[in-house]
Design a protein around this ligand. Structure first.
Ligand code: GDP
Ligand code: IMO
Ligand code: MG
Length: 428
C-alpha cells in the first residue's frame, strides 16, 4: 500500500510532473495537495506530446488513475475549466477527476490583489506568478474564503460572491485607490463554472479513505518546492502553501503513519524563478548556457529561470525539513557538455564558513558558494536506462550527491520523455 509524496527539494520546476506521470502507470490515486495554478508541471509523453498542467494532477493520462484536487489546493475554477477543455481537445478523459469540497477558491479579486501588492512592493517584489494564490490563502486563514463546496449550492452562491466582492472593493478603493470589480460579472462567470464543475466536486476524503482501506497505491503530487515553503523557505521570497512531505499529507488529508516514502525531487543543478537569494546563481556565460541547453523558461509564466550549480547546503536543509526516504535526480543530461561540474558544499559568509542553510534571506543573499569540482562526463547520456550505462564520471557525480545528502537515489532523469529515466530502486 505505498503512499508516496513527490516533493520538490529546491525552488520548483524539478520535474515533479514527469515523475508523477511515470509512476501513475502503477498508481490508483494521484492527489494534488497544495498550491494552485501557480504550478506548471510539464508532461512529455506519446499520448499528448508536450503539455503543461497547472491544476489537474499529472496522473490524468492514465485512464485508470483517480485524480484528486485535494483540500489544501487553491483552486481557480475558471482556469481549471480551461485546462479541462484543453485536455478534452487532446482526447484525454477527465472522468476520474475529483475535487475536494474543502479546496479554497481563487477569485478574480485575488488576482487583482496579487498584482496590486506586487506593484506596491516595487523593488522588493516577490516575483509571484500573478495567479492570486497568495491572497486566496490569506482569505483562507482569515476564514473568509469561498470553497469548492460553495459552488454546489446555486441558491446561495450569488449572494456569497456579491458579499465577498463588496468587501474587497472597499479594500481596493481605500488601500489602493483602485477601481473595484463588477460583482455581477463575477457571479456570472463563477455560476457558469460551478455548473460545469459540480459533477467533479465530491467527497475526496471518502475516496481517499476507501483507497487506503483497499491498500491502493497513492501518489501525492507536490507543487512548488521546499525552499518556497511558507514556514521553511527563503521568506519572504516564498509561496503561501506548504510544499513539504508534511504539507502534502496535511493538504491531502492523510495521516503521517500511512506514508511509505517521501521522494525528494532535485535537479542535477539549481534553478529559481522570481526574486530572492540563490547563492549558486550564475550571472555569466555558464548560467546562460545552462538556461539555453535546459530550455529553462517557466512553464507557468514563460519567465527565464535563474540557473546555477547544485547547492548541497540548501539541499541538505531540504532533506532535513522533509525527512526524505529517497531521491529523484532529474535533468542529469543537461550537464552532459559541462566540465567540470560543480557542487556547492558550503557557504562563506562575512569571512566565516557556514555549513547550515541560514534562516534569513538577508544572510543568504550575502553567502558565497564554496565549490567542489567534479570531472564532467562530456558524453550524451539520454540512452542510458541503468546506472551501469552511464559514464563513470556521471556515476561519480550521483554518488557524491548521495553522500552529501545522505539519502539513496531511487530515480535519475536523463531526458524529458516519460521513459528517459533510470529506475535505480523500485518505489512501488
Ligand atoms: P515541475 O514543475 O517540477 O513539474 O517541473 P517543470 O515541468 O516546470 O520543469 C521541468 C522541465 O524539465 C520540463 O520541461 C520537463 O519536461 C523537463 N524534464 C523533467 N525531467 C527531465 C530530465 O530528466 N531531463 C530533461 N532533459 N528534461 C526533464
Ligand atoms: P512548480 O510546481 C517555480 C514562485 C514564484 C515566486 C514565488 C511566489 O511548477 O514547481 P506565488 O505565485 O506562488 O505567490 O509566487 O514562488 N513559484 C514557483 N517557482 N515553480 C513553481 O511551481 C512555482 N510556484 C510559485 O516564481 O517566486
Ligand atoms: Mg514547474
Amino acid at each position: 500500500m505505498p503512499v508516496i509524496a513527490v516533493v520538490g527539494g529546491q525552488w520548483g520546476d524539478e520535474g515533479k510532473g514527469k515523475i508523477i506521470d511515470l509512476l501513475a502507470k502503477r498508481a490508483q490515486v494521484v492527489v494534488r495537495a497544495q498550491g494552485g495554478d501557480n504550478a506548471g508541471h510539464t508532461i512529455v509523453n506519446e499520448q499528448v506530446g508536450r503539455f503543461a498542467l497547472h491544476l489537474v494532477p499529472a496522473g490524468i493520462f492514465n485512464p485508470r488513475t483517480t485524480c484528486i484536487i485535494g483540500a489544501g489546493v487553491a483552486l481557480n475554477p475558471v482556469f481549471l475549466l480551461e485546462e479541462l477543455d484543453a485536455l478534452h481537445g487532446l482526447r484525454v478523459s477527465t472522468d476520474n477527476l475529483l475535487i475536494s469540497e474543502r479546496a479554497h477558491l481563487v477569485m478574480p479579486y485575488h488576482i487583482e490583489l496579487d498584482r496590486l501588492q506586487e506593484a506596491r512592493r516595487g523593488g522588493g517584489a516577490i516575483g509571484t506568478t500573478g495567479r492570486g494564490i497568495g491572497p486566496a490563502y490569506v482569505d483562507k486563514v482569515s476564514r473568509t474564503g469561498l470553497r469548492a463546496g460553495d459552488l454546489c449550492d446555486p441558491q446561495t452562491l450569488p449572494a456569497r460572491i456579491r458579499e465577498a466582492v463588496a468587501a474587497k472593493n472597499q479594500l481596493f478603493q481605500v488601500l489602493y485607490q483602485a477601481p473595484g470589480l463588477d460583482p455581477e460579472r463575477v457571479v456570472e462567470a463563477y455560476s457558469l463554472a460551478a455548473e460545469r464543475l459540480r459533477p467533479y466536486i465530491r467527497d475526496a476524503s471518502g475516496a481517499l479513505a476507501a483507497a487506503l482501506r483497499q491498500n491502493e497505491t497513492i501518489l501525492l503530487e507536490g507543487a512548488q518546492a521546499t525552499l518556497l515553503d511558507l514556514d521553511h523557505g527563503t521568506y519572504p521570497y516564498v509561496t503561501t502553501s506548504s510544499p513539504t512531505v508534511a504539507g502534502l499529507l496535511q493538504g491531502a488529508g492523510i495521516g503521517p503513519r500511512f506514508l511509505t516514502c517521501g521522494l525528494g525531487v532535485f535537479k542535477a543543478y539549481t534553478t529559481r524563478v522570481g526574486s530572492g537569494p540563490m547563492p549558486t546563481e550564475l550571472d555569466d556565460e555558464l548560467g546562460g548556457r545552462l538556461r539555453a541547453i535546459g530550455h529553462e523558461y517557466g512553464a507557468r509564466t514563460g519567465r527565464p529561470r535563474r540557473c546555477g550549480w547544485f547547492d548541497a547546503v540548501a539541499a541538505r536543509y531540504s532533506v532535513l525539513v522533509n525527512g526524505f526516504d529517497a531521491l529523484a535526480i532529474t535533468r542529469l543530461d543537461i550537464l552532459d557538455t559541462f566540465d567540470p561540474v560543480r557542487i556547492c558544499v558550503g557557504y562563506e559568509w562575512r569571512g566565516q564558513r557556514l555549513d547550515q542553510f541560514p534562516a534569513r534571506a538577508e544572510v543568504l543573499a550575502e553567502c558565497r558558494p564554496i565549490y567542489e569540482d567534479l570531472e564532467g562526463w562530456q558524453a550524451p547520456i539520454g540512452q542510458a536506462r541503468t546506472l551501469a550505462e552511464l559514464p563513470a564520471a556521471a556515476r561519480r557525480y550521483l554518488e557524491r550527491l548521495e553522500q552529501l545528502l545522505e539519502v539513496p537515489i531511487a530515480l535519475v532523469g536523463v531526458g524529458q520523455e516519460r521513459e528517459e529515466t533510470i529506475m535505480v530502486r523500485d518505489l512501488l
